[in-house]
Design a protein around this ligand. Structure first.
Ligand code: UT7
Length: 322
């Protein structure tokens, strides 16, 4: 059976780091509140040069280097983003050009914070169906560009960055012992679109700002993340006791803890980056995969569950063996 196996990871974080205390100068907020309610301590904010495609390209180069693969050997690039440089062409085609590729194909996926999980599911389908051998899957975001800096309930929570993985076709025997993606589980429910959205866009002739009913999103998050993670685990034929790492979307430490607890897993089996990155939307899982690998947390043959939820609402999970 064909499997899509992660053979390289990479990431890019903007140079500028902003500590919680900086927000105390302009907003009625505090380092204590932000830490206690979200677990966030600092985040990176992109300069004008550090665009979504720039960061995506840097993360992609690092993933290719890690895998020992040349850009010319890649068949497809998928970039998960809600904050592209331009309305079109896709950020993925910009990465394709920057990498010097003249073959293959590239496209963006927009599922907000669940974007990377959606992109992984699409890349897996391309590989399993035989359409592609090697796919770069990237999450890259510049959410600092859609913040309302007067809204303390949102602007302290988000950050910028990019992460990438290289997926390569490999053989498995069709069991949960195989390396690679073992199952995917995707959902959305547009009746909740008002809970988290940007109040502008091309056809409205504006850029807009992110708006969120945080408490409501929180309420849906723990429940839906647990459900999708458990559904993906059932499809893969694995149980909580088999899981080595949860690599969750990094939106809020309390959501991450609540979900791990419901899944019956201790926090020492969770890769955590939310304290240093904030919520980087579609970039948060590939950033956590790359950082988790470089910390020595993720090791070959580890069983990993990734899960994410965001605007739409859209949510999903992927189970993979590293
Ligand atoms: O990635 C996409 C998915 N997004 C998420 O998963 C985010 C989900 N939501 C959350 O993470 C949390 O709901 C927040 C971190 C956004 C908020 O935490 P909370 O515990 O739900 O706080 P809250 O919204 O209930 O607000 C509590 C209080 C409010 O004051 P009152 O009404 O109780 O007087 C807010 O006005 O905290 C106030 N508040 C703040 N205070 C200081 C809101 N933002 C701030 C702030 N500093 N930055």
């Amino acid at each position: 059976m064909r499997r899509a196996i992660v053979t390289g990871t990479g990431h890019y974080l903007p140079e500028r780091v902003v500590e919680n205390a900086e927000f105390e100068k302009t907003l009625d907020t505090s380092d204590d509140w932000i830490r206690a309610r979200s677990g966030i301590e600092r985040r990176h904010f992109a300069s004008d040069q550090e665009t979504t495609s720039f960061m995506a390209t840097a993360a992609a180069r690092a993933a290719l280097k890690d895998a020992g693969v040349e850009a010319g050997q890649v068949d497809a690039i998928i970039v998960a983003t809600s904050t592209p440089d331009l309305t079109f062409p896709s950020s993925a085609t910009m990465v394709q050009a920057e990498l010097g590729m003249s073959g293959g194909f590239a496209f963006d996926v927009q599922a907000v914070c669940a974007g990377f999980v959606y992109a992984l599911a699409n890349a897996n389908a391309l590989i399993v169906s035989g359409q592609a051998e090697r796919v770069l899957v990237i999450g890259s975001e510049t959410f600092s560009k859609i913040m309302d800096w007067t809204d303390r309930s949102t602007c302290v929570l988000f950050g910028d960055g990019a992460g990438a993985v290289l997926l390569q076709a490999g053989d498995g025997d069709g069991t949960a012992a195989d390396r690679g993606i073992l199952s995917t589980d995707l959902h959305s429910d547009g009746q909740y679109r008002d809970l988290l959205y940007v109040d502008g866009g091309v056809s409205k002739q504006t850029t807009g700002h992110l708006r969120m009913q945080g408490k409501e999103v929180f309420r849906h998050a723990v429940e839906k993340l647990t459900q999708t993670a458990e559904a993906a685990m059932a499809k893969a034929g694995v149980a909580s006791a088999d899981v080595d790492w949860i690599v969750p979307h990094q939106a809020n430490l309390r959501i991450i803890k609540g979900t791990a607890q419901k899944m019956g897993l201790p926090m020492d089996r969770v890769v955590l980056t939310v304290q240093d990155h904030g919520n980087t939307s579609a970039a948060s899982i590939p950033l956590a995969l790359s950082v988790g690998k470089s910390r020595g947390q993720l090791k070959p043959d580890d069983l990993i569950v990734t899960e994410a939820i965001g605007g739409g609402l859209a949510w999903g999970a992927v189970v993979l063996r590293w």
